[in-house]
Design a protein around this ligand. Structure first.
Ligand code: 8DG
Ligand code: MN
Ligand code: MN
Length: 404
Protein backbone atom coordinates (compact mmCIF):
# COMPACT_ATOMS: atom_id res chain seq x y z
CA UNK A 1 0.00 0.00 0.00
CA UNK A 2 1.08 3.55 -0.72
CA UNK A 3 0.53 6.01 2.09
CA UNK A 4 -1.46 9.17 1.42
CA UNK A 5 1.57 11.36 2.01
CA UNK A 6 3.57 9.63 -0.71
CA UNK A 7 0.88 10.09 -3.31
CA UNK A 8 1.24 12.94 -5.79
CA UNK A 9 -1.96 14.92 -6.12
CA UNK A 10 -2.88 16.57 -9.40
CA UNK A 11 -4.43 19.95 -9.98
CA UNK A 12 -6.26 20.07 -13.30
CA UNK A 13 -8.67 22.60 -14.83
CA UNK A 14 -12.15 21.32 -15.60
CA UNK A 15 -12.48 22.44 -19.25
CA UNK A 16 -10.24 20.61 -21.73
CA UNK A 17 -9.62 23.95 -23.50
CA UNK A 18 -7.93 25.26 -20.33
CA UNK A 19 -5.46 22.39 -20.34
CA UNK A 20 -2.38 21.46 -22.38
CA UNK A 21 -2.85 17.95 -23.70
CA UNK A 22 0.10 16.62 -25.69
CA UNK A 23 0.31 13.24 -27.45
CA UNK A 24 2.49 12.07 -24.59
CA UNK A 25 -0.06 10.06 -22.58
CA UNK A 26 1.07 8.60 -19.25
CA UNK A 27 -2.18 6.77 -18.62
CA UNK A 28 -3.02 5.00 -21.86
CA UNK A 29 -4.22 1.91 -19.97
CA UNK A 30 -6.92 4.08 -18.40
CA UNK A 31 -7.67 6.30 -21.40
CA UNK A 32 -7.97 3.28 -23.72
CA UNK A 33 -10.59 1.76 -21.41
CA UNK A 34 -12.58 5.00 -21.04
CA UNK A 35 -12.34 5.77 -24.78
CA UNK A 36 -13.65 2.34 -25.68
CA UNK A 37 -16.68 2.86 -23.43
CA UNK A 38 -17.16 6.33 -24.94
CA UNK A 39 -17.05 4.85 -28.41
CA UNK A 40 -19.49 2.11 -27.42
CA UNK A 41 -21.90 4.70 -26.00
CA UNK A 42 -21.66 6.77 -29.20
CA UNK A 43 -22.24 3.68 -31.33
CA UNK A 44 -25.41 3.10 -29.31
CA UNK A 45 -26.56 6.71 -29.69
CA UNK A 46 -26.06 7.40 -25.99
CA UNK A 47 -24.47 10.79 -26.51
CA UNK A 48 -24.62 11.93 -22.89
CA UNK A 49 -22.74 8.89 -21.68
CA UNK A 50 -20.33 9.20 -24.59
CA UNK A 51 -19.39 12.76 -23.67
CA UNK A 52 -19.02 11.84 -19.99
CA UNK A 53 -16.52 9.07 -20.86
CA UNK A 54 -14.72 11.34 -23.38
CA UNK A 55 -14.31 14.03 -20.71
CA UNK A 56 -13.01 11.49 -18.20
CA UNK A 57 -10.56 10.07 -20.78
CA UNK A 58 -9.40 13.59 -21.71
CA UNK A 59 -8.78 14.42 -18.07
CA UNK A 60 -6.61 11.32 -17.62
CA UNK A 61 -4.69 12.21 -20.81
CA UNK A 62 -3.79 15.58 -19.31
CA UNK A 63 -2.20 14.15 -16.14
CA UNK A 64 1.58 14.67 -16.01
CA UNK A 65 2.42 11.24 -14.57
CA UNK A 66 1.05 7.73 -14.38
CA UNK A 67 -1.78 7.20 -11.87
CA UNK A 68 -1.10 4.31 -9.51
CA UNK A 69 -3.67 4.84 -6.80
CA UNK A 70 -7.30 5.94 -6.62
CA UNK A 71 -6.40 8.37 -3.83
CA UNK A 72 -4.49 10.49 -6.38
CA UNK A 73 -7.74 11.26 -8.13
CA UNK A 74 -9.43 12.93 -5.19
CA UNK A 75 -10.81 16.35 -6.04
CA UNK A 76 -10.33 15.96 -9.79
CA UNK A 77 -13.13 17.22 -12.07
CA UNK A 78 -14.79 15.26 -14.92
CA UNK A 79 -14.68 11.89 -13.17
CA UNK A 80 -18.17 10.53 -12.60
CA UNK A 81 -19.10 7.49 -10.56
CA UNK A 82 -19.06 5.21 -13.60
CA UNK A 83 -15.67 6.40 -14.87
CA UNK A 84 -14.16 6.06 -11.39
CA UNK A 85 -15.43 2.47 -11.22
CA UNK A 86 -13.75 1.69 -14.55
CA UNK A 87 -10.48 3.33 -13.46
CA UNK A 88 -10.53 1.42 -10.15
CA UNK A 89 -11.05 -1.85 -12.00
CA UNK A 90 -8.08 -1.17 -14.30
CA UNK A 91 -5.80 -0.07 -11.44
CA UNK A 92 -6.69 -3.11 -9.33
CA UNK A 93 -7.07 -5.83 -11.97
CA UNK A 94 -5.14 -4.57 -14.97
CA UNK A 95 -8.32 -4.56 -17.06
CA UNK A 96 -11.90 -3.33 -16.75
CA UNK A 97 -14.46 -6.14 -16.78
CA UNK A 98 -16.97 -3.84 -18.47
CA UNK A 99 -14.49 -3.04 -21.26
CA UNK A 100 -13.63 -6.71 -21.71
CA UNK A 101 -17.25 -7.80 -21.95
CA UNK A 102 -18.04 -4.92 -24.33
CA UNK A 103 -15.15 -5.93 -26.60
CA UNK A 104 -16.40 -9.53 -26.64
CA UNK A 105 -20.03 -8.63 -27.33
CA UNK A 106 -21.50 -9.55 -30.67
CA UNK A 107 -23.24 -6.20 -30.95
CA UNK A 108 -20.11 -4.11 -30.33
CA UNK A 109 -18.09 -6.15 -32.81
CA UNK A 110 -20.80 -5.75 -35.46
CA UNK A 111 -21.18 -2.01 -34.82
CA UNK A 112 -17.40 -1.57 -35.22
CA UNK A 113 -17.26 -3.54 -38.46
CA UNK A 114 -20.31 -1.90 -40.02
CA UNK A 115 -19.53 1.70 -39.02
CA UNK A 116 -16.02 1.04 -40.33
CA UNK A 117 -17.65 1.41 -43.75
CA UNK A 118 -17.36 5.02 -44.93
CA UNK A 119 -20.92 6.42 -45.12
CA UNK A 120 -22.36 4.13 -42.46
CA UNK A 121 -23.30 5.69 -39.13
CA UNK A 122 -24.54 4.20 -35.88
CA UNK A 123 -28.21 4.36 -36.91
CA UNK A 124 -27.73 2.46 -40.18
CA UNK A 125 -25.51 -0.12 -38.47
CA UNK A 126 -28.16 -0.64 -35.78
CA UNK A 127 -30.87 -1.18 -38.40
CA UNK A 128 -28.72 -3.72 -40.23
CA UNK A 129 -27.92 -5.59 -37.00
CA UNK A 130 -31.65 -5.81 -36.24
CA UNK A 131 -32.02 -7.42 -39.66
CA UNK A 132 -29.34 -9.98 -38.79
CA UNK A 133 -26.37 -8.36 -40.57
CA UNK A 134 -23.21 -8.55 -38.44
CA UNK A 135 -20.36 -8.43 -40.95
CA UNK A 136 -19.38 -7.41 -44.48
CA UNK A 137 -20.03 -10.86 -45.91
CA UNK A 138 -23.61 -10.83 -44.63
CA UNK A 139 -24.05 -7.25 -45.82
CA UNK A 140 -22.84 -8.12 -49.32
CA UNK A 141 -25.34 -10.97 -49.55
CA UNK A 142 -28.23 -9.16 -47.87
CA UNK A 143 -29.54 -7.26 -50.88
CA UNK A 144 -29.51 -4.03 -48.83
CA UNK A 145 -29.47 -0.93 -51.03
CA UNK A 146 -26.31 1.03 -50.41
CA UNK A 147 -25.89 4.69 -51.30
CA UNK A 148 -22.96 5.94 -53.39
CA UNK A 149 -20.79 6.70 -50.34
CA UNK A 150 -21.45 3.29 -48.78
CA UNK A 151 -20.72 1.43 -52.01
CA UNK A 152 -17.41 3.25 -52.25
CA UNK A 153 -16.75 2.66 -48.55
CA UNK A 154 -17.35 -1.06 -48.91
CA UNK A 155 -15.19 -1.28 -52.02
CA UNK A 156 -12.23 0.41 -50.29
CA UNK A 157 -12.90 -0.99 -46.83
CA UNK A 158 -9.40 -2.28 -46.07
CA UNK A 159 -7.59 0.80 -47.36
CA UNK A 160 -9.87 3.17 -45.48
CA UNK A 161 -9.39 1.27 -42.22
CA UNK A 162 -5.62 1.41 -42.59
CA UNK A 163 -4.23 4.49 -40.77
CA UNK A 164 -3.02 7.33 -43.00
CA UNK A 165 0.62 8.30 -42.39
CA UNK A 166 2.02 11.83 -42.22
CA UNK A 167 4.03 11.10 -45.40
CA UNK A 168 0.79 10.20 -47.21
CA UNK A 169 -0.90 13.32 -45.82
CA UNK A 170 1.97 15.45 -47.15
CA UNK A 171 1.83 13.75 -50.57
CA UNK A 172 -1.90 14.52 -50.77
CA UNK A 173 -1.20 18.06 -49.55
CA UNK A 174 1.07 18.62 -52.54
CA UNK A 175 -1.62 17.39 -54.93
CA UNK A 176 -4.26 19.63 -53.33
CA UNK A 177 -1.88 22.62 -53.44
CA UNK A 178 -1.23 21.99 -57.13
CA UNK A 179 -4.96 21.74 -57.86
CA UNK A 180 -5.70 24.94 -55.95
CA UNK A 181 -2.81 26.85 -57.60
CA UNK A 182 -4.00 25.76 -61.04
CA UNK A 183 -7.59 26.91 -60.62
CA UNK A 184 -7.01 30.14 -58.65
CA UNK A 185 -3.55 31.65 -58.17
CA UNK A 186 -2.76 32.92 -54.70
CA UNK A 187 -5.03 30.41 -52.95
CA UNK A 188 -3.72 28.93 -49.73
CA UNK A 189 -4.02 25.41 -48.36
CA UNK A 190 -3.71 24.60 -44.66
CA UNK A 191 -3.41 21.12 -43.19
CA UNK A 192 -5.84 20.87 -40.26
CA UNK A 193 -7.26 17.98 -38.19
CA UNK A 194 -5.08 15.54 -36.29
CA UNK A 195 -1.98 16.04 -38.46
CA UNK A 196 -1.88 19.73 -37.51
CA UNK A 197 -1.89 18.59 -33.88
CA UNK A 198 1.25 16.57 -34.60
CA UNK A 199 -0.36 13.14 -34.84
CA UNK A 200 1.73 10.65 -36.84
CA UNK A 201 -1.32 8.85 -38.29
CA UNK A 202 -4.97 9.65 -38.87
CA UNK A 203 -8.23 8.23 -40.19
CA UNK A 204 -8.31 10.90 -42.91
CA UNK A 205 -6.54 14.08 -44.05
CA UNK A 206 -8.21 17.45 -43.48
CA UNK A 207 -7.49 20.59 -45.53
CA UNK A 208 -8.75 24.12 -45.33
CA UNK A 209 -8.53 26.30 -48.44
CA UNK A 210 -8.81 30.10 -48.65
CA UNK A 211 -7.76 33.08 -50.74
CA UNK A 212 -6.31 36.35 -49.33
CA UNK A 213 -8.84 38.41 -51.28
CA UNK A 214 -12.32 38.08 -49.74
CA UNK A 215 -14.86 36.71 -52.21
CA UNK A 216 -12.30 35.17 -54.58
CA UNK A 217 -12.87 31.82 -52.86
CA UNK A 218 -16.53 31.65 -53.92
CA UNK A 219 -17.10 28.70 -56.22
CA UNK A 220 -13.55 27.45 -55.72
CA UNK A 221 -14.47 23.95 -54.52
CA UNK A 222 -16.19 22.72 -57.72
CA UNK A 223 -13.18 23.89 -59.73
CA UNK A 224 -10.70 22.15 -57.43
CA UNK A 225 -12.79 18.98 -57.51
CA UNK A 226 -13.06 19.09 -61.32
CA UNK A 227 -9.27 19.49 -61.59
CA UNK A 228 -8.66 16.51 -59.29
CA UNK A 229 -11.35 14.41 -60.93
CA UNK A 230 -10.10 14.98 -64.48
CA UNK A 231 -6.64 13.76 -63.45
CA UNK A 232 -7.97 10.61 -61.82
CA UNK A 233 -7.16 11.57 -58.23
CA UNK A 234 -10.67 10.94 -56.89
CA UNK A 235 -12.35 7.60 -56.28
CA UNK A 236 -15.35 9.32 -54.66
CA UNK A 237 -16.44 12.86 -53.86
CA UNK A 238 -19.48 14.59 -52.50
CA UNK A 239 -19.41 18.36 -52.51
CA UNK A 240 -21.81 20.41 -50.43
CA UNK A 241 -22.32 24.10 -51.08
CA UNK A 242 -21.82 26.96 -48.68
CA UNK A 243 -25.07 27.56 -46.83
CA UNK A 244 -23.78 30.22 -44.46
CA UNK A 245 -25.79 33.34 -45.21
CA UNK A 246 -24.15 36.73 -45.10
CA UNK A 247 -26.15 39.70 -43.86
CA UNK A 248 -25.31 43.40 -44.22
CA UNK A 249 -23.37 43.78 -40.99
CA UNK A 250 -21.65 40.44 -40.86
CA UNK A 251 -22.20 36.76 -41.16
CA UNK A 252 -25.53 35.40 -39.96
CA UNK A 253 -25.37 33.34 -36.80
CA UNK A 254 -25.22 29.68 -37.55
CA UNK A 255 -28.24 27.70 -36.40
CA UNK A 256 -26.12 24.85 -35.08
CA UNK A 257 -22.53 23.80 -34.60
CA UNK A 258 -22.51 22.11 -38.00
CA UNK A 259 -20.68 24.49 -40.24
CA UNK A 260 -21.84 25.78 -43.59
CA UNK A 261 -18.65 25.96 -45.59
CA UNK A 262 -18.23 24.69 -49.13
CA UNK A 263 -17.06 21.26 -48.30
CA UNK A 264 -16.01 18.06 -49.98
CA UNK A 265 -15.89 14.58 -48.49
CA UNK A 266 -13.68 12.55 -50.76
CA UNK A 267 -11.72 9.39 -51.27
CA UNK A 268 -8.35 9.99 -52.93
CA UNK A 269 -6.52 7.51 -55.11
CA UNK A 270 -2.98 7.88 -53.83
CA UNK A 271 -0.12 6.30 -55.76
CA UNK A 272 2.22 4.51 -53.39
CA UNK A 273 5.79 5.67 -52.74
CA UNK A 274 8.36 5.54 -55.55
CA UNK A 275 10.46 2.78 -53.99
CA UNK A 276 7.45 0.43 -53.86
CA UNK A 277 6.27 1.51 -57.28
CA UNK A 278 9.55 0.80 -59.09
CA UNK A 279 9.97 -2.66 -57.58
CA UNK A 280 6.43 -3.65 -58.53
CA UNK A 281 5.82 -3.54 -62.27
CA UNK A 282 2.36 -2.37 -63.27
CA UNK A 283 1.37 -5.73 -64.81
CA UNK A 284 1.58 -7.41 -61.40
CA UNK A 285 -1.37 -5.29 -60.44
CA UNK A 286 -3.48 -7.71 -62.47
CA UNK A 287 -2.61 -10.67 -60.31
CA UNK A 288 -4.85 -13.59 -61.13
CA UNK A 289 -6.13 -16.25 -58.76
CA UNK A 290 -4.01 -18.81 -60.62
CA UNK A 291 -0.85 -17.09 -59.36
CA UNK A 292 -1.82 -18.03 -55.84
CA UNK A 293 -3.84 -21.17 -56.54
CA UNK A 294 -0.98 -23.37 -57.72
CA UNK A 295 -1.90 -26.72 -59.35
CA UNK A 296 -0.29 -28.85 -56.62
CA UNK A 297 -2.52 -27.30 -54.01
CA UNK A 298 -5.48 -29.34 -52.91
CA UNK A 299 -8.58 -27.51 -51.91
CA UNK A 300 -10.72 -29.92 -49.92
CA UNK A 301 -12.47 -27.81 -47.39
CA UNK A 302 -14.18 -24.44 -47.24
CA UNK A 303 -11.63 -23.40 -44.68
CA UNK A 304 -8.74 -24.10 -47.06
CA UNK A 305 -10.51 -22.22 -49.81
CA UNK A 306 -11.09 -19.33 -47.46
CA UNK A 307 -7.41 -19.38 -46.49
CA UNK A 308 -6.33 -19.35 -50.13
CA UNK A 309 -8.73 -16.58 -50.95
CA UNK A 310 -7.31 -14.56 -48.05
CA UNK A 311 -3.75 -15.16 -49.30
CA UNK A 312 -4.83 -14.08 -52.73
CA UNK A 313 -6.36 -10.87 -51.40
CA UNK A 314 -3.18 -10.13 -49.46
CA UNK A 315 -0.98 -10.83 -52.47
CA UNK A 316 -3.15 -8.64 -54.65
CA UNK A 317 -3.12 -5.85 -52.05
CA UNK A 318 0.65 -5.96 -51.74
CA UNK A 319 1.01 -5.55 -55.50
CA UNK A 320 -1.43 -2.68 -55.73
CA UNK A 321 0.37 0.51 -56.67
CA UNK A 322 -2.19 2.84 -55.16
CA UNK A 323 -4.36 3.07 -52.07
CA UNK A 324 -7.61 4.82 -51.13
CA UNK A 325 -7.41 7.63 -48.55
CA UNK A 326 -10.24 9.67 -47.02
CA UNK A 327 -9.74 13.40 -47.53
CA UNK A 328 -11.86 16.31 -46.24
CA UNK A 329 -11.63 19.61 -48.11
CA UNK A 330 -13.17 22.82 -46.80
CA UNK A 331 -13.18 26.29 -48.38
CA UNK A 332 -13.38 29.32 -46.09
CA UNK A 333 -13.49 33.05 -46.88
CA UNK A 334 -10.40 34.79 -45.45
CA UNK A 335 -12.57 36.78 -42.98
CA UNK A 336 -13.56 33.52 -41.26
CA UNK A 337 -10.27 31.71 -41.75
CA UNK A 338 -9.00 31.95 -38.15
CA UNK A 339 -12.28 30.52 -36.85
CA UNK A 340 -12.24 27.80 -39.49
CA UNK A 341 -8.65 26.79 -38.67
CA UNK A 342 -9.48 26.68 -34.97
CA UNK A 343 -12.68 24.72 -35.63
CA UNK A 344 -11.07 22.17 -37.94
CA UNK A 345 -7.91 21.51 -35.95
CA UNK A 346 -9.69 19.59 -33.20
CA UNK A 347 -9.56 17.44 -31.26
CA UNK A 348 -13.32 16.94 -31.32
CA UNK A 349 -13.48 17.11 -27.54
CA UNK A 350 -11.26 20.22 -27.45
CA UNK A 351 -13.69 21.90 -29.90
CA UNK A 352 -16.71 20.87 -27.89
CA UNK A 353 -15.11 22.21 -24.72
CA UNK A 354 -14.18 25.52 -26.39
CA UNK A 355 -17.83 26.04 -27.38
CA UNK A 356 -19.05 25.02 -23.92
CA UNK A 357 -16.56 27.43 -22.31
CA UNK A 358 -17.65 30.23 -24.65
CA UNK A 359 -21.34 29.68 -23.90
CA UNK A 360 -21.28 28.87 -20.20
CA UNK A 361 -18.41 31.02 -18.98
CA UNK A 362 -18.37 33.95 -21.42
CA UNK A 363 -21.92 34.25 -22.79
CA UNK A 364 -20.48 33.97 -26.29
CA UNK A 365 -21.26 31.67 -29.24
CA UNK A 366 -18.29 30.14 -31.01
CA UNK A 367 -18.49 28.34 -34.36
CA UNK A 368 -16.07 27.60 -37.19
CA UNK A 369 -17.32 30.83 -38.80
CA UNK A 370 -17.37 33.41 -36.07
CA UNK A 371 -17.47 34.40 -32.40
CA UNK A 372 -20.56 36.27 -31.22
CA UNK A 373 -20.64 38.12 -27.91
CA UNK A 374 -24.21 37.83 -26.61
CA UNK A 375 -23.62 40.51 -23.94
CA UNK A 376 -22.36 43.17 -26.35
CA UNK A 377 -24.61 41.77 -29.08
CA UNK A 378 -21.81 41.87 -31.67
CA UNK A 379 -19.34 39.74 -33.62
CA UNK A 380 -15.72 39.70 -32.50
CA UNK A 381 -13.42 39.76 -35.51
CA UNK A 382 -10.18 37.82 -35.49
CA UNK A 383 -7.36 37.09 -37.91
CA UNK A 384 -5.51 34.56 -35.75
CA UNK A 385 -6.25 31.74 -33.33
CA UNK A 386 -4.36 33.67 -30.63
CA UNK A 387 -6.89 36.51 -30.86
CA UNK A 388 -9.79 34.10 -30.47
CA UNK A 389 -8.32 32.54 -27.32
CA UNK A 390 -7.76 36.08 -25.99
CA UNK A 391 -11.43 37.07 -26.61
CA UNK A 392 -12.43 33.91 -24.76
CA UNK A 393 -10.20 34.77 -21.80
CA UNK A 394 -8.20 31.59 -22.32
CA UNK A 395 -4.46 31.09 -22.32
CA UNK A 396 -3.36 30.28 -25.89
CA UNK A 397 -3.02 26.53 -26.44
CA UNK A 398 -1.00 25.58 -29.55
CA UNK A 399 -2.32 22.78 -31.83
CA UNK A 400 0.15 20.19 -30.47
CA UNK A 401 -1.39 20.67 -27.01
CA UNK A 402 -5.01 20.32 -28.15
CA UNK A 403 -4.92 16.53 -28.16
CA UNK A 404 -7.67 16.20 -25.56
P1 8DG B 1 -8.23 11.68 -37.25
O1 8DG B 1 -8.77 12.12 -38.57
O2 8DG B 1 -6.77 11.62 -37.21
O3 8DG B 1 -8.88 10.44 -36.78
O4 8DG B 1 -8.60 12.79 -36.16
P2 8DG B 1 -9.09 14.26 -36.41
O5 8DG B 1 -8.45 14.85 -37.62
O6 8DG B 1 -8.95 15.01 -35.15
O7 8DG B 1 -10.63 14.04 -36.62
P3 8DG B 1 -11.60 14.44 -37.83
O8 8DG B 1 -12.80 13.57 -37.67
O9 8DG B 1 -10.93 14.39 -39.15
O10 8DG B 1 -12.04 15.91 -37.49
C1 8DG B 1 -11.16 17.00 -37.58
C2 8DG B 1 -11.82 18.23 -37.07
O11 8DG B 1 -12.87 18.60 -37.93
C3 8DG B 1 -12.44 18.04 -35.69
O12 8DG B 1 -12.06 19.10 -34.86
C4 8DG B 1 -13.89 18.11 -35.91
C5 8DG B 1 -14.00 18.90 -37.17
N1 8DG B 1 -15.21 18.63 -37.93
C6 8DG B 1 -15.65 17.48 -38.53
N2 8DG B 1 -16.85 17.68 -39.11
C7 8DG B 1 -17.14 18.98 -38.89
C8 8DG B 1 -18.21 19.79 -39.26
O13 8DG B 1 -19.14 19.36 -39.91
N3 8DG B 1 -18.14 21.08 -38.84
C9 8DG B 1 -17.08 21.59 -38.13
N4 8DG B 1 -17.06 22.85 -37.76
N5 8DG B 1 -16.07 20.83 -37.78
C10 8DG B 1 -16.10 19.55 -38.16
O14 8DG B 1 -15.03 16.42 -38.53
MN1 MN C 1 -8.82 14.05 -39.54
MN1 MN D 1 -12.03 14.80 -41.16
Amino acid sequence: QISEAEVALFSVSSYACQRRTTLDNHNSNLTDALSLLAENAELNNEDGRGVAFRRAAALMKALPTQVISMSQLRGLPCLGEHSLRVIKDVLENGVSSEVESTKQSKRYKALKILTGIFGVGAKTADRWIREGIYNLEQLRHSGQTLNRAQKSGLEHYDDLNEPVTKAEADAIGEIVQKAVDSVLTGSQVALTGGFRRGKLTGHDVDFLITHPEEGKEVGLMPKVVAWLESRGFLLYQKTTRNSYLESKDGPARPASNMDRFERCFSIFKLTKGKEQESTQPEEQNDLKTKDVLRPHMQVDTDQQLCELSKNYQMEAASHKIWRAVRVDLVVSPISQFAFAVLGWTGSKLFERELRRWAGHEKNMSLSSHALFDNTQNKYLRATSEEEIFAYLGLEYIPPSERNA
